[in-house]
Design a protein around this ligand. Sequence first.
Ligand SMILES: Nc1ncnc2c1ncn2[C@@H]1O[C@H](COP(=O)(O)OP(=O)(O)OP(=O)(O)O)[C@@H](O)[C@H]1O
Ligand SMILES: [Mg+2]
Length: 257
Amino acid sequence: MVFGEGIKIVMNTSDEKVIVSLDNVSMHFNMSGEKLDSLKEYFIKLLKRQLFFKKYVALENISFKICRGDVFGIVGLNGSGKSTTLKIISGILKPTKGKVFVKGTIAPLIELGAGFDLELTARENIYLNGAVLGHSRKIMKEKFDDIVEFSEMQNFLDVPMKNYSSGMVARIAFSVATMVRPEILIVDEILAVGDFQFQEKCNKRIEEMMEGGTTIILVSHSIEQIEALCNKVMWLEKGKIRMIGGVDEVCSAYKNS
Ligand SMILES: Nc1ncnc2c1ncn2[C@@H]1O[C@H](COP(=O)(O)OP(=O)(O)OP(=O)(O)O)[C@@H](O)[C@H]1O
Ligand SMILES: [Mg+2]
């Protein structure tokens, strides 16, 4: 483990074990430097070439490896680049620079409601979300009852999901994503909207998946959750790796920062 500039990854791995690898990845976003009051004003400025964008560096030269079976935590303050990293791993965002290597099926739980059509009922969305994750209708039919049972949403199955609370959406999303075991499960914070009983249930399921060899990448503001579940942790600060290594070391440094 090395701090700050010129970070080097020192996880002892042979290459076959590596399931995710980011090599010098940077992500830049264009952000409008001014506050405009209307879309009309935006287009006028755009046509007059008076609109200036600031380059925003969300991630800068990030390199790390995750091995098969790791439960890899990512911690950091708001805006440090955690979700951006997960979106790059899932293929939702293409990095501005750098190489991404992923070997395995991914179930990403990143944005609440992504992979759902909230106008549809939960029943319909379970099939839709299953298809998004690459599962056949036949498999979804077989797993349907288990998914509903785990989510405990039996009484709300035929309600359009736009009427769901965020915790209820998270229940369905987590239940679908974990019912057919992916090789890599990515969880970004969405469990935090679930009540404590459901969070405990999710933690148990994550533990079962860990035992079954699933690789898990977990972003959480709950250091207790990271400490309870992860073996390795990366601490991001303003788009850079501040520290990466064993869970105890990184979490205690983060807590004392
Ligand atoms: N699509 C986008 N367009 C412009 N800027 C973006 C976009 N997505 C993220 N950013 C910016 O990149 C930075 C990192 O965002 P990111 O969502 O990765 O942070 P985070 O660590 O997940 O934060 P949080 O703890 O609040 O979830 C933020 O400053 C954010 O404003
Ligand atoms: Mg985030």
